[in-house]
Every structure is written in C-alpha cells, then in structure tokens.
Design a protein around this ligand. Structure first.
Ligand code: ZN
Ligand code: ZN
Length: 102
C-alpha cells in the first residue's frame, strides 16, 4: 500500500494526505511540486526516477477496509540525507534524460 508521507523530503513543507501538490516517485519518495519543478527538475534525488502527482486516498470507507479511516496517512517525516549541492550535481547529470530512458 502507498505510504502517504506527511512532508516534503527537501523543504519540509507539510503535505497532508489531501494535498494537491504532493509528488511521489516509484519508491514513494515524497516532495512538494515546487521542489520537483524548481529544484529537482523531475529527478528524484534518491533514485533518479521521475515524479507523478500523489493520488488522494478517500477519507471514507467506500469499500470495506479502505479509506483513511482504515489506512491513515503516515506520521513519519522524512528528510533528505543529501545536501543541496549534492542534489544539484546529481540532478544535473540526469535531468536531460526523460524518465523512460533513465
Ligand atoms: Zn518541497
Ligand atoms: Zn525516488
């Protein structure tokens, strides 16, 4: 199940489960859209993959056992272990390749 992480790993902005600006890579690394667009240029600093909008999990259990009432968002905040300089260097080597060719 997708882990709905509570913050941007780079700038620490809160990204509650209904946030429209949460972005995730295939490993669920989570960032805000401003960091993805302006700093990361669609390159995950942890895996090199691209990003997609994080789907919003419904609050209600429209089907048994589903929804935030049964599967709440994570409360574990993640922070990148890479410095801004390290991220810029990494992104610079990869960003010209589209995600499907990385
Ligand atoms: Zn951010
Ligand atoms: Zn990643």
């Amino acid at each position: 199940m997708l882990e709905l992480r509570p913050n941007c790993e780079l700038c620490d902005k809160d990204l509650p489960s209904a946030a429209g600006d949460a972005r995730i890579c295939s490993y669920e690394c989570t960032f805000c859209s401003a960091c993805v667009d302006d700093v990361l240029h669609d390159v995950c600093p942890n895996c090199g993959g691209g990003f997609q909008a994080r789907p919003i999990r419904p609050r209600n259990a429209w089907r048994d056992g589903t929804g935030l009432v049964n599967d709440p968002a994570s409360e574990t905040r993640h922070r990148s272990s890479y410095s801004r300089d390290e991220i810029a260097a990494f992104v610079g080597t990869i960003r010209t390749l589209p995600p499907a060719e990385r």
